[in-house]
Design a protein around this ligand. Structure first.
Ligand SMILES: CC(C)(COP(=O)(O)OP(=O)(O)OC[C@H]1O[C@@H](n2cnc3c(N)ncnc32)[C@H](O)[C@@H]1OP(=O)(O)O)[C@@H](O)C(=O)NCCC(=O)NCCSC(=O)CCS(=O)O
Ligand SMILES: Cc1cc2nc3c(=O)[nH]c(=O)nc-3n(C[C@H](O)[C@H](O)[C@H](O)COP(=O)(O)OP(=O)(O)OC[C@H]3O[C@@H](n4cnc5c(N)ncnc54)[C@H](O)[C@@H]3O)c2cc1C
Length: 398
């Protein structure tokens, strides 16, 4: 169904060449040091893989999300951190700004990303993770500016990203206008207004810091408020619609990590011998291998199908299903690949334990597997499925 074009095969080959020669050799060290891989990011930028989905009028390549996921899989197969960076440099914040933003906003964002900045998307709050619409970060209009106050958590790239897209509830004269997204550039902002909080040391994908962010009377000019075409009242829905692209990207990072573990595991089956023969000759392992490849192929097809769907952004339903499939496949496949190695897989000298750790985040970040199932069920049943205690009662009111 998703036969790649010649151009896409060429793109994949270019991405694979860079990923395998530059990023695979440094992946273990990136994991060990937990440092943001600035040198690799310069290579990613120079190869044109940052901002490739940006429109040509803004200096990008106008490439599709399907093109982008082809590249993301190759990056993630070599190094999970580089996979996630490729996602955020082409989807999420940058997609929302490119589609909903003013020319001024787009040009500013494009200059940063094409220059090598991985934007940060700031949605989740300590008391509003899955329940993201309950965010309490607020932006109060004061003259030509908005004053932002609040806190976000688990912000990927906190302290290294320059461009921030901050979701907040907007108030004019104290009246709630809905949800908008504010563009804030860290190196043009006082550090006591955009406060980089504590780092949350993570289980996997350790090359990117995850941090708290605080907004303490953060002043943002009104021209930096991204208002989707439906207005602020539909702002949350429209911004989450843009986020569907990053959901597909995140699923593709999971796929790439799992594909890498699978290929390494398959090679090991042919070299390790027990009972006087290669362990590849044991049917118990052959059937595991067959299941792994089946699951990977299913996840890949679903991700590509989702990436190519929708008008501006991938369809919510297809994105959710594909991410569930890819994230759960990645947990299973990386664990099974580790199993092929026996005790060697469990050792830190072997990359398998890193692959298992790297894969683990994707049933959590970007909408948990439970939340995404509820979104899918809501569309299957054609019912709103409010999750608050009084949600159904509120719906029933005349
Ligand atoms: C959407 C939720 C936060 C649930 O909140 P609510 O129950 O208040 O909201 P809903 O009624 O379900 O939705 C309101 C409105 O928005 C529309 N909507 C919601 N999500 C989407 C979407 N993905 N695409 C398009 N439209 C969307 C929805 O249809 C409603 O519209 P109508 O009023 O019906 O017309 C919750 O379900 C949720 O999604 N939680 C997860 C939050 C999340 O994904 N956070 C990601 C943070 S960034 C991150 O993790 C980065 C990591 S990475 O990328 O690796
Ligand atoms: C590595 C990583 C990177 C991240 N990067 C970013 C980022 O860059 N920007 C950003 O904004 N956020 C980011 N996040 C945050 C991420 O979006 C949230 O972790 C996620 O949305 C879940 O929120 P939570 O962690 O608060 O869990 P909670 O919402 O507290 O959920 C706890 C548990 O309850 C379950 N649950 C909650 N509600 C329901 C329900 N209604 N039905 C069934 N089960 C439910 C969840 O599935 C989960 O198992 C990141 C998270 C991680 C781990």
């Amino acid at each position: 169904m998703y036969e790649l074009t010649k151009e896409q095969f060429d793109l994949q080959a270019r991405a694979r060449e860079l990923a395998q020669t530059a990023f695979a050799p440094t992946a273990a060290e990136t994991d060990r040091t937990e440092q943001y891989p600035w040198d690799n990011i310069a290579k990613l930028r120079d190869a044109g893989f940052m901002g490739m989905t940006l429109p040509k009028r803004a200096g990008g390549k106008g490439m599709s999300y399907l093109d982008a996921v082809i590249v993301v899989e190759e990056m993630a197969k070599a190094c999970a951190t580089m996979g996630r960076i490729t996602v955020e440099a082409n989807m999420g914040a940058i997609g929302a700004i490119a589609t909903y933003g003013t020319p001024e906003q787009l040009n500013m964002a494009a200059e940063l990303v094409l220059g090598g900045d991985k934007p940060a998307i700031c949605i989740s709050e300590p008391h509003a993770g899955s329940a993201a619409s309950e965010m309490t970060t607020r932006a109060d209009r004061k003259g030509d500016e908005y004053i932002l106050n609040g806190e976000k958590y688990w912000i990927t790239g906190g302290g290294v990203s320059n461009l921030h897209l901050i979701f907040a509830r907007v108030f004019d004269d104290g009246v709630d206008q809905g949800v908008g997204a504010f563009i804030c550039v860290r190196d043009r902002t006082p550090a006591d207004q955009l406060v980089i909080g504590r780092r949350l040391y993570a289980m996997g994908v350790r090359g990117i810091p995850e941090t708290h962010l605080e907004f303490r009377n953060l002043r943002v000019h009104k021209s930096m408020l991204v208002v989707p075409p439906g207005g602020l009242k539909r702002g949350f829905a429209s911004l989450m619609n843009a986020y569907n692209a990053q959901r597909v990207g995140a699923g593709t990072v999971a796929l790439g990590i799992a594909q890498g573990a699978f290929e390494e595991g398959m090679a090991y089956l042919k070299t390790r011998e027990q009972f006087g023969r290669p362990i590849a000759e044991f049917q118990g392992l052959q059937w595991m291998l067959a299941d792994m490849s089946t699951q990977l192929e299913a996840a890949r097809l679903m991700l590509r199908h989702a990436a190519a769907s929708g008008e501006h952004f991938p369809d919510i339903d297809k994105a959710a299903r594909a991410k569930i499939m890819a994230a759960e496949t990645a947990n299973k496949v990386t664990n099974d690949a580790l199993q092929f190695y026996g005790s060697s897989g469990y050792g830190r000298h072997n990359p398998m334990e890193r692959h298992v750790r790297d894969a683990r985040m994707f049933t959590i970040a970007g909408g948990t597997a439970q939340i995404l199932r509820t979104q899918v069920a809501s569309r299957l049943l054609n019912m709103k499925l409010p999750q608050t205690r009084d949600g159904y009662a509120a719906q029933a009111k005349p």
